[in-house]
Design a protein around this ligand. Structure first.
Ligand code: CA
Length: 227
């Protein structure tokens, strides 16, 4: 199991490091927010132990940035010296999975890390991901390459269906049915909405995801496809 510790207090970081290593974990450590973020996005960790108060970007902001990139579903255990309810809520809102108030016992920490590590295979079904685009069915959040994208309800339904059916050809009737059930408006409506969707989720970015497959329908994929 591979664990990343992001903690600026050298003593705390060292004691966690030694303890987890003694338990047989592979451990990396960073002592500021930016280098921690860099390690987190360039390596595969099972759990990240994240201090709330950090130089550079703090734990809350780091958590947010990691969660904006939906590929970063790594469980995060937030550490803090401040035990107010407000801070706890802030930590969870930003995407932390668990919370530990300092001072804590290393045994307790290891137990929490262990529980969290088992969550890694549990990719939430409410979260759809195609390439660098992610969509959360529950919260309606859409992100691409770390940028938040706002969609109206029709575009959101369209995109959800496209992502649920990614990498295959989707017939136009299927899309109409997904968005308007049995009452599709005129035949140009779908094309217009798809065009609006492209402007928001494809145009501003380097690569495209939504393709027209002439004579067949559409496909939504991050694998290179000819239009
Ligand atoms: Ca700190």
């Amino acid at each position: 199991m591979k664990v990343l510790i992001i903690e600026d207090n050298q003593d705390i970081a060292a004691s966690i490091y030694d303890y987890l290593e003694m338990l047989g974990y592979t451990v990396d450590a960073a002592d500021d927010g930016l280098s921690g973020l860099h390690l987190a996005v360039t390596n595969d960790y099972d759990v990240i132990i994240l201090d709330l108060g950090l130089p550079g970007i703090d734990g809350i902001e780091l958590c947010r940035r990691l969660r904006q990139n939906a590929q970063q579903l790594i469980p995060i255990l937030m550490l803090t010296a401040r035990d107010s309810l407000e801070n706890k809520l802030e930590g969870f809102n930003s995407g932390a999975d668990d919370y530990l108030v300092k001072p804590f016992s290393l045994k307790e920490l290891a137990a929490r890390v262990n529980v969290l590590s088992k969550r890694i295979s549990r990719v939430p079904a409410s979260r759809l991901q195609v390439g660098d685009l992610s969509l959360n069915v529950d919260t309606h959040e859409v992100h691409r390459a770390g940028q938040c994208i706002h969609l109206n309800p029709i575009l959101f339904r369209l995109l959800t269906f496209l992502m649920q059916n990614a990498h295959r050809i989707i017939k136009r009737e299927e899309l109409e049915c997904a968005v308007w059930q049995d009452n599709p408006p005129d035949s140009d409506a779908l094309r217009t909405h798809l065009s609006s969707l492209r402007q928001l989720i494809d145009k501003p970015f380097d690569s495209r995801l939504l393709y027209t497959v002439r004579g067949f329908g559409y496909t939504f994929t991050d694998k290179n496809t000819e239009d």
